[in-house]
Design a protein around this ligand. Structure first.
Ligand code: PAF
Length: 298
């Protein structure tokens, strides 16, 4: 696995590789888990050369958030990626990505303000900016993102469409622990007792799914049931439970064909998010084909 630390070097490798190979890209902030590795495996399956980046992006953390304490273990990450036969690991330093006179930011209006955007001001601007920079550096044909960070995924899809970026976003399913907790690097903050409480988030999503399957279309009712379940968990503080449009992320009162139930809560000092997509009709992803701007399929 080639380790690259400099932007110019990464760009020049990407330029050469792009001539006759398909580049797959998995951007991460490190402290890798099975969720990240599932993205890597998908990229290995669909592309010729897989690039993974590890960069804990300071501009997507608020002043009172966990940038300093965000878990980091480069040696462990590196050996996990070696095992997956990743081709290139891009690990820039903060100063390489944001020089002293850094001035340019990317925003996806409205979508950045809903859900997590209400409390994490500037977070999605930080994400949109770093992802734009990384796409310009790694020049991928396909980039892989998890559905667990649903708002991030939809913001990036919109960003790519609006700015006519020559990259296809591949959305990958949430990977869960055996008890249903969505995998996240932040799960390591949880004590044993907190970890047990955290499984209720998935249970609340399942509850909403069950009601939807039985025919409930009133978003308030789904939220209420999920809230009842979570309110009974001592020490779990609900930040939001919302039902939103799958694309615009606007709050829904009524679910016609589809909607997303999204939850954010705090357990102790750990903030956790999760979601589930509700669809009236089954969606067969095996029939989705990705085509690039020249109509080439993947
Ligand atoms: O999901 C993440 O790990 C980060 O938000 C990302 C996409 C790597 C940007 O820093």
């Amino acid at each position: 696995m080639l380790i690259v630390r400099k932007i110019r070097e990464m760009q020049s490798i990407a330029e050469t590789v792009r001539k006759d190979k398909i580049i797959g890209f998995v951007p991460t902030m490190g402290f890798l888990h099975e969720g990240h590795l599932s993205l890597v495996r998908k990229s290995k399956e669909m592309t010729d050369v897989t690039v993974v980046s590890i960069f804990v992006n300071p501009i997507q953390f608020g002043p009172n958030e966990d940038f300093e304490m965000y878990p980091r273990d480069l040696e462990r990450d590196r050996s996990l990626l070696e095992k997956e036969k990743v081709d290139v690991l891009f690990i820039p330093e903060k100063d390489e990505m944001y020089g002293e006179d850094y001035k340019t930011y990317v925003r996806v209006q409205e979508m950045e303000d809903y859900l997590c955007g209400k409390t994490r001001k500037g977070h999605f601007q930080g994400v949109a900016t770093v992802v734009t920079k990384l796409f310009n550096i790694v020049k991928p044909h396909l980039a892989f993102f998890g559905q667990k960070d649903y708002q991030q995924l939809k913001i990036i899809e919109k960003l790519v469409r609006d700015l006519n970026m020559d990259v296809n976003i591949v959305a990958c399913p949430t990977i869960r622990e055996p008890d249903g907790l969505a995998m996240s690097s932040r799960n390591t903050y949880l004590s044993q007792e907190e970890r047990k409480k955290a499984q209720h988030i998935y249970m609340a999503l399942i509850k909403a799914e069950e009601l939807f399957k039985k025919g409930e279309r009133n978003a308030k009712k789904l939220v209420e049931e999920a809230r009842n379940l979570l309110s009974s968990v001592e020490g779990l503080e609900i930040e939001y439970i919302s039902v939103v449009d799958c694309e615009t992320l606007e709050e829904l009162e009524w679910i016609n064909d589809s909607g997303v139930v999204a939850i954010a809560c705090r357990i102790g000092k750990t903030r956790l998010i999760d979601n589930t997509i509700l669809r009236r009709y089954e969606h067969d992803e095996s029939h989705d084909e990705i085509k690039d701007s020249q109509g080439k399929g993947y």
